[in-house]
Design a protein around this ligand. Structure first.
Ligand code: UTP
Length: 280
């Protein structure tokens, strides 16, 4: 039902310099797979086939990754290493990839608005690939698609974070509908210490209805002079409905060194350490 998944991937990744000086943050490998491939797999699992990627300067490795490399294919054809390409081959087979460039880094809201030309007048998902989400049975996007079927409105995934970390996130407040669902009434981007309306922080998974684009067109620059998706979503919540969903599963903020290392250890323990030689 939701076919399109937007990946804003134009950011500079300054928290991970110097690794991200010439390499896109989204291509950093957790064990042996780039972050963005985990995101695409999650979208495929949720039934989406059109991957719409917002890129910028220096991001060409993403385009190459989701394309055939004939020389490499030829080189390893018939060898034991072929297995290592099985996962990415399957992804390339199943998904369509389209790209658009964000010329100026004017914030996440602006990156999403840039994706309008790819998404059109359809409800769509958004994945911030540096938030790696893991659930053994049902990925976070699949969980959210189930909710979208029921409620047909924008949905943001949220997680409870310690009070001294709320300033790093968009933070929501509202009326609890169930244990895991809140009807959003307020939303603040990176609130000052002590000013957060709750400890429910928005993480990098969204389902958005397409009216968000017209709202984003009218949204002035907010926190840090950037066009913030949080400001547009608050507007949507005031005139319609936005839900916040406490997802099932684990999330790692791989945009930070600590989160990235935690994700690597977790994935290595879970998916690799039982294999011969520890190779995933
Ligand atoms: P981040 O806040 O993680 O920014 O953006 P960043 O630039 O990637 O990383 P730091 O903070 O400098 O370390 C959240 C998501 O929005 C995208 C980023 O690529 C990331 O996936 N983004 C952000 C854009 O695509 N364009 C922008 O103008 C800003």
């Amino acid at each position: 039902m939701i076919q399109k998944c937007l990946f804003p991937a134009a950011g500079y990744g300054t928290r991970f310099l110097p690794a991200t000086k010439a390499m896109p943050k989204e291509m950093m490998p957790v064990v042996n797979k780039p972050l963005i491939e985990y995101g695409v797999e999650e979208a495929l699992q949720a039934g989406m086939v059109d991957m719409c990627i917002v890129t910028g300067r220096g991001k060409n490795a993403i385009l190459d990754h989701f394309d055939m490399n004939y020389e490499l294919e030829h080189q390893i054809s018939g060898t034991s290493k072929e297995d290592l390409l099985a996962g990415i081959r399957a992804v390339i087979e199943k998904a369509n990839f389209t790209y658009i460039r964000q010329r100026e880094m004017k914030g996440l809201g602006h990156a999403i608005l840039t994706g309008r030309a790819l998404v059109g007048d359809n409800p769509f998902a958004v994945v911030l690939a540096d938030d790696l989400c893991i659930h053994p049975e049902e990925g976070v996007l699949a969980q959210m698609v189930g909710l979208y079927r029921q409620f047909r409105c924008s949905i943001v995934a949220v997680e409870e974070v310690p009070a001294d970390e709320t300033h790093k996130y968009g933070v929501i407040a509202g009326k609890a509908l169930t244990n895991s669902l809140v009807c959003v009434e307020d939303m603040i981007e990176k609130p000052e210490p002590g000013k957060a309306p709750s400890n429910l922080a928005i993480i990098g998974r969204y389902i958005l209805t397409p009216d968000i684009f017209d709202i984003l067109e009218q949204t002035p620059p907010g926190k840090n002079g950037e066009i913030q998706i949080t400001d547009a979503l608050l507007q949507q919540a005031k005139t319609g409905c936005v839900l916040a969903y406490k997802f099932k599963g684990k999330r790692f903020d791989c945009g930070t060194v600590d989160g990235f290392i935690a994700a690597t250890n977790y994935c290595y323990e879970r998916f690799c350490s039982c294999r011969p030689n520890g190779h995933g």
